[in-house]
Ligand binder design. Structure first.
Ligand SMILES: *Cc1c(COP(=O)(O)O)cnc(C)c1O
Length: 440
């Protein structure tokens, strides 16, 4: 395809590949390793290899991912060019994602710190840490979150025509739709909770009323991703028309996830979902936006989640699921998703409800490609992490019942997330890669 559309590009790529092979040979690299490192194989152009050879530096966008590049993905390259490899953990801009998106929190931060300099020096947020022990400050933070929730209810009514109960836990999963991000895990958990409430398995007094927000776009040709969006919409429809769960559980698939929606929804969110399969999310930046706006995270040890958890404290982060090493071990052993389906009755029930037409007006075929994928392939091991994910929900709900403690942890998330400023990322690029300094 490249040769047909871009013949001159392919010629140049072949020349680069020849020069690269000669360089490796001169360095004494073994012939079979040189073959493994080919930029152009005759069938394919390996874009990452081309970029690694051509680039002066290569960085992952979070520590875990940078390490995986060196140890696994680009190991041969790291052996030959060890000094090329570095890390620059991503960041987000505090001007847009705190100051502009969350004026109420911004005013409270400025009040707490006695200065607004944090807007351009986000590590100053650390100065809020002692205020997490100050109940009056924590209550002010809680009031900000409440006001943001109220504002989002208005935004959602205006933009989407939906009614949201603001006296529920606002639980959000917004990001591109991809199998590795595991929106499937979240919707299966929602279905399972729905089934438990409906059957009376959980007592009314034990229910933490929740509103689950999804936002996600899928690439047009990504069949399973489009089908997952359809499923979320249909689960939303069934749940919202079922009086048995009214006031206890609601799900919304908000259309057209974009930065405007992010700026409105993130400040109103209390619980953020970062539940990708360990090793697959290079960094994530949504995770940073949420922590900076005082949401607590439920997440796996993936991408920048690892660094967020290190900074905000393990006790202020809901960790669950397999690690990179456990995932690798399971791939090596041979992963059988059906065994997890058979072993966990809640998982079985949730998948059965998708398969039996509950969310497709009785049509049992509507989701058969999705169900078949879960039971026979499940490349990103959604089923293997389901039980751990359900297991951590009681911890989440117990903490949520203690409003002051929940918000104390949220304040600690804000106070310890200053590192995730894009200003710090840019400083790292200046120092580690561009070898230059800021103008001012
Ligand atoms: C931050 C952001 C993303 C990236 O989110 P992740 O959870 O890191 O994948 C995607 N889309 C929009 C509109 C965003 O604001």
């Amino acid at each position: 395809l490249i040769g047909e559309l871009l013949p001159r590009h392919l010629e140049i790529i072949e020349k680069i590949n020849a020069q690269f092979e000669a360089e490796l040979k001169a360095k004494g690299v073994a012939a079979d390793t040189i073959k493994d490192m080919a930029i152009y194989t005759g069938d394919a152009v390996r874009m990452a290899y081309l970029a690694t050879y051509g680039g002066s530096h290569v960085n992952g966008v979070a520590e875990l991912h940078s390490q995986l590049l060196k140890d696994v993905t680009l190991k041969n390259f790291s052996d030959v060019y060890p000094d090329k490899f570095t890390n620059v953990t991503n960041g987000v801009t505090p001007r847009r994602f705190v100051r502009l998106a969350n004026p109420r929190l911004s005013d409270l931060i400025t009040e707490g710190l006695g200065t607004d300099k944090w807007v351009a020096d986000l590590e100053l947020l650390k100065g809020l840490e002692p205020l997490a022990k100050d109940d009056e400050f924590v209550k002010k933070f809680a009031a900000v979150k409440k006001a943001n929730k109220h504002a989002f209810v208005g935004f959602a009514k205006d933009h989407y025509g939906i009614d949201i109960d603001e006296n529920t836990l606002f639980n959000t999963m917004v990001k591109r739709l991809h199998e590795y991000k595991r929106q499937s895990l979240k919707i299966l958990a929602v279905i399972s909770t729905y089934a438990d409430i409906k059957s009376g398995k959980v007592k009314a007094e034990d229910i933490t009323p929740r509103t689950v927000f999804f936002g996600a776009k899928a690439a047009p040709g990504y069949y399973l991703a489009k089908m997952t969006i359809e499923l979320i919409n249909n689960v939303s429809r069934v749940i919202s028309s079922d009086p048995a769960v009214k006031g206890k559980l609601a799900v919304h698939m908000l259309p057209n996830y974009n930065v405007e929606m992010a700026q409105n929804l993130i400040p109103a969110t209390e619980l953020d979902e970062q539940i990708s399969q360990a090793g697959k999310e290079a960094s994530g930046t949504g995770n940073m936006k949420f922590a900076l706006n005082g949401a607590l995270t439920v997440g796996t040890l993936d991408g920048a989640n690892v660094e967020i958890r290190e900074r905000v404290g393990a006790e202020n982060f809901f960790l669950f699921g397999m690690t990179v090493d456990e995932v690798e071990k399971k791939y090596a052993e041979g992963y059988n998703p059906a065994s997890y389906y058979e072993a966990d009755p809640r998982l079985k029930q949730a998948i059965d409800l998708v398969a039996d037409g509950t969310f497709s007006n009785g049509d049992r075929n509507a989701y058969s490609p999705l169900v078949a994928d879960w039971l026979t392939k499940d490349w990103f091991m959604t089923l293997a992490d389901f039980s751990a994910y359900m297991g951590i929900q009681s911890e989440i709900e117990a903490l949520y019942a203690d409003e002051l403690e929940w918000n104390r942890k949220a304040v600690l998330n804000v106070a310890n997330s200053g590192y995730f400023s894009s200003d710090r990322s840019m400083e790292d690029y200046l120092e580690r890669i561009w070898h230059t300094a800021p103008l001012a």
